[in-house]
Write a protein that binds this ligand. Sequence first.
Ligand SMILES: [Zn+2]
Ligand SMILES: [Zn+2]
Length: 401
Amino acid sequence: MDEVLAAARVVDFSKAGERTLCDACLGRLFGKVGHGYTNEARGRAVRTIAPLGADPCWICEGLTSRYEDLADLVVRQLEPWEFASFCIGSKIDPEVAAREESLWAELSLSAAEPLKAEVNREIGKRVSERLRKEADLARPEVVAVVDTVFDHVDVQVNPLYLRGRYRKLARGVPQTRWPCRRCMGKGCARCGGTGKMYPTSVEEVIAAEVMRDSGGTGHALHGMGREDVDARMIGRGRPFIVEIKEPRRRTFDLAAVVARINGSGTVEVDGLVPARGSDVVPLKEDRVPKTYRILLRMAPPVEEAKLKKTLPVLVAEPIAQRTPERVVHRRADTTRHRRLLAAEVVGVEGDRAELRVTAEAGTYVKEWVHGDHGRTRPSLAERLDVACEVLELDVLDVHDG
Ligand SMILES: [Zn+2]
Ligand SMILES: [Zn+2]
């Protein structure tokens, strides 16, 4: 405590006038001096050389003596939530903050600690002891914000994130809930009152099962890209993170959740593991090639030999794609440049051909097949000089390393 006393000896406390300070508020004037002391202990030491009254406290008006009660309040408000880490925030009366800052100026102090920092730490210590849980300032699962004026605690519950890979076994299923175009989700005759364009989505199948065990007020699904509504996603599946807002529980049997999802017949996941919020952006921004299975109809039919000669030539060529007609109503009409990385003929039967194509991220594969009325060049249809129609499209793999 010598360093605290040394700092206090050079202060002219007569400039504090008639003001009285509690131990914690007196000690906090030197709160950044020395380590391992509470401000209360600093204050008791400083009082031996500073002739200041203690009561009532001019700065905090008794707040520093109420940490036990406030910690009780926090513990009660956190009761409904399961969490492993927390942190405390606080709202301090601005007039209290202004009073302490004016005193720092009058006494020319440079190592004082704000009341807010002490409140957060002291309540946090007590809550940590009572709940036997760690405070985590960087990535807390819940944040309890203590309003010290109204003795009210606001609990902010951070989302639960789980990651995995999904397979979509059925066509006509969007990745995320797609609001009805006519009623914008309110429910109308077109959507049969559901407010949705499609009865379900990958997100709804997965999130419904996670929500059953976690509780929560809402959800989101973040995919590493997305396939068309009418395309299946098979093979190893597509990486995703499901986000559950305000979960009540965070630890439950993930294998049981996976089993229920896989029982849907629509969507399968190969496993769910905990993830972090900071994983979402890198996942969404990951631009990786995809391999597709394409079943197409050619009119008139084309010989397998000709197809086998044409495909390798197309693999080498840059493709210029104007925004497809089917999406240009919702996206800017620009031109993207992509390449095929591989393409092979799986088989030809009459006017049907099956191809396996690997394309760079963001390639409009259907348009590469049929040409989109000349908006994609070159296209398979252009090079074969026949009309091509995509009958089925499946994503066979997402090459994320
Ligand atoms: Zn005080
Ligand atoms: Zn509708």
